[in-house]
Write a protein that binds this ligand. Structure first.
Ligand code: GDP
Ligand code: IMO
Ligand code: MG
Length: 442
């Protein structure tokens, strides 16, 4: 079984479960915190004594001096955004000397962001009039963060014209790749974008070389670095970006992101094999949220949903979009626990549910009289199922001051116990507010 003393922190829903808070809490017990997937689409908030930090590409361990913050090879890095983020942290007195970056990570280019926006616009408009009349299911937009994530991962799979962080230090290789990339992108933009100015390989290359110089000291073979650390008995914490139901293979495809967000992505995204992962902490809210398009069976477009959004301050860390809100979906949660090999859960945002008379939780799905507790493998199929709810008694008191299970009102404690029974793993951590201190340890 597991050899390692390393830990993974992964999101079990559609993102924004509070992974940043959990990583920040656990980081001091580890020697390195490693991001393995996603890019600047992630927004992880850490609140320290009322002061809020929003992290996008920089691992959430950065607030702990002495803990290495590693951007692994599976991440797609927008160098401009990364440099901005580092500058912002340093301006607030954060020591960023522990931040290192894999030379194998891929670069998000300005044309990836343009392509992301163009594709979304095309998806939004292309099938409007045509589809319905022909009995064709309209796909519609994904609702991406427009951070260029999908196009960057697509180019990674295309290979020849994709740019890796290590290329920023090799002018000849970089120039050749950028030149050919511009051929492909300009053809695409001419077809889709019409009036967009073409990409200029010379200015793009010059900008990247300059960014490469600024990042030079941080660029490493992080696979070798992590294996050396593990061989010395050091502890590594893997930080998932995005979340399981947005995983490109296992999420609500096609309404997903473009990387392996679940714990299954740690191997390819860092070079560290699965058997080095000791425990997997799955982070889930006491309810559900989703940003962007796609199926969301327990969504509440009503007073209850609005109340959750306002109490939970459910507005995106990256885009500021209001998050869609709904009740806890135990069908989806059991699936996510299974996919990730979760050993314990962190149940966050419990405080947000205070004041509801009763709290519905989804225990199964129903379709034309058929009932299932299996999560459907396709996002379009998922839309056809409706949730079956069980209603648990609510709790009236605010619980942000609770620091142990004993401090919770009986119905809140029972809600936690119900979730534990339903998913078959213990709640190792409870969270009753954004601050580090507002935490219940099992
Ligand atoms: P992440 O993407 O999983 O790291 O989550 P985000 O940081 O995007 O979103 C979670 C939001 O909830 C942030 O604003 C956190 O500060 C906040 N938060 C985290 N845990 C709790 C909690 O237990 N209760 C409340 N009310 N807010 C929390
Ligand atoms: P964290 O790490 C919430 C969603 C987007 C969109 C879909 C695809 O903060 O939990 P993309 O830009 O990745 O191509 O968008 O995925 N999405 C997230 N939603 N939290 C995230 O990250 C997300 N990362 C991507 O809203 O629906
Ligand atoms: Mg987030």
């Amino acid at each position: 079984m597991a050899q390692g003393t390393s830990t993974a922190v992964v999101g079990l829903q559609w993102g924004d479960e509070g992974k940043g808070k959990l990583v920040d809490l656990l980081a001091p017990a580890h020697h390195a915190v490693v991001r393995y997937n996603g890019g600047a689409n992630a927004g992880h908030s850490v609140v320290v004594r009322g002061e809020r930090f929003s992290l996008h590409l920089v691992p959430s361990g950065i607030l702990h001096p002495g803990v290495l913050a590693v951007v692994g090879n599976g991440v797609v890095v927008d160098p401009e955004k990364l440099l901005d983020e580092v500058r912002g942290l340093e301006a607030r007195g954060v020591d960023t000397s522990g931040l290192v970056l894999s030379s194998r990570a891929h670069v998000v280019m300005p044309y990836h962001k343009t392509e992301d926006a163009l594709r979304e616009e095309e998806l939004r408009t292309a099938q409007d009039s045509a589809a319905a009349g022909r009995g064709v299911l309209r796909v519609g937009e994904i609702g991406t963060t427009k951070r260029g994530i999908g196009p960057a991962y697509a180019d990674k799979a295309y290979r020849a014209s994709a740019i890796r962080v290590g290329d920023l230090l090799r002018p000849d290789v970089l120039a050749g790749k950028v030149e050919i990339a511009c051929v492909f992108k300009n053809a695409l933009f001419k077809g889709l974008g019409g009036s967009l100015p073409p990409c200029d390989p010379h200015s793009l290359t010059a900008a990247l070389l300059e960014q490469g110089e600024r990042l030079r000291a941080r660029i490493r073979d992080t696979t070798a670095l992590l294996h050396d650390m593990l061989a010395q008995g050091k502890r590594v914490l893997f930080e998932g970006g995005n979340a399981t139901l947005l995983d490109v293979d296992h999420g609500t495809y096609p309404f997903v992101t473009s990387s392996s967000c679940s714990a299954l992505g740690i191997g390819p995204g860092t070079g560290v094999p699965m058997n080095r992962i000791g425990s997997v902490l799955g982070v889930c809210k006491a309810y559900c949220t989703r940003v962007g398009a796609g199926p969301f069976p327990t969504e509440q477009i009503n007073e209850a949903g609005n109340r959750i959004r306002e109490r939970g301050r459910e507005y995106g860390t990256t885009t500021g979009r209001p998050r869609r809100t709904g009740w806890l979906d135990l069908v989806a949660l059991r699936y996510a626990v299974m996919i990730n090999g979760v050993t314990g859960i962190a149940l966050t945002m419990l405080d947000v549910l205070a004041g509801f008379d009763e709290i519905p939780v989804c225990v199964a799905y129903e379709r034309n009289g058929e009932r299932t507790d299996r999560f459907p493998p396709d996002g379009h199929d998922l839309r056809e199922w409706t949730p079956v709810y069980e209603r648990l008694p609510g709790f009236g008191q605010e619980i942000t001051g609770a620091r142990s299970r004993k401090d919770l009102p009986a119905n809140a404690a029972e809600y936690v116990a119900y979730v534990e029974r339903a998913v078959g793993v213990p709640a190792q951590i409870g969270s009753v507010g954004p601050d580090r201190e507002q935490t219940i340890h099992a």
